[in-house]
Design a protein around this ligand. Sequence first.
Ligand SMILES: CC(C)(COP(=O)(O)OP(=O)(O)OC[C@H]1O[C@@H](n2cnc3c(N)ncnc32)[C@H](O)[C@@H]1OP(=O)(O)O)[C@@H](O)C(=O)NCCC(=O)NCCS
Length: 139
Amino acid sequence: MNDIVEIEEDNDDVPTPVGELSLQTIAMPADSNADGDIFGGWLVSQMDLAGAVTANRLARGRVATVAIDSMVFLRPVAVGSVVSCYTTVKDIGRSSMTIIVEVWARHHSDAEHRKVTEGQFTFVAIDENRRTRPVPRTS
Ligand SMILES: CC(C)(COP(=O)(O)OP(=O)(O)OC[C@H]1O[C@@H](n2cnc3c(N)ncnc32)[C@H](O)[C@@H]1OP(=O)(O)O)[C@@H](O)C(=O)NCCC(=O)NCCS
């Protein structure tokens, strides 16, 4: 099985999530600022978890986030929104896995599914001593 997916040209006019649904949650009041907007840091945390779900599967074990690149916040997220994180494997190295995470949000007030952020996360497969180890190859 080949887990790496060719990344197509980004086209935000096409309102369809790209990737595998790896995590879904609801944005709660405790995750927002005084104006009711969800903190960017909370979203990054959900993206890190979603990427880790995919990286754990690929690495068949423990992983650590080594880098977060190319973050972009496109739209605010309202409290009560259903937040969905989609992951696409961009690259697998010896021990590293580069994963694109897209976040989409839907609020019951208009039921519109909107892309709110995207970022590139790199995880490294590590052993029990925190040393890097090879990502198992799939045939
Ligand atoms: C992850 C960690 C074990 C890697 O150790 P290291 O000594 O940097 O290992 P290496 O230099 O051999 O790099 C390992 C892999 O990560 C990749 N890598 C390292 N830094 C990177 C970066 N900034 N961006 C992208 N990839 C990176 C390397 O290219 C290498 O990939 P490959 O094995 O596929 O060729 C170590 O940096 C670490 O423990 N970091 C803290 C992780 C952590 O706690 N994360 C949670 C956030 S607090």
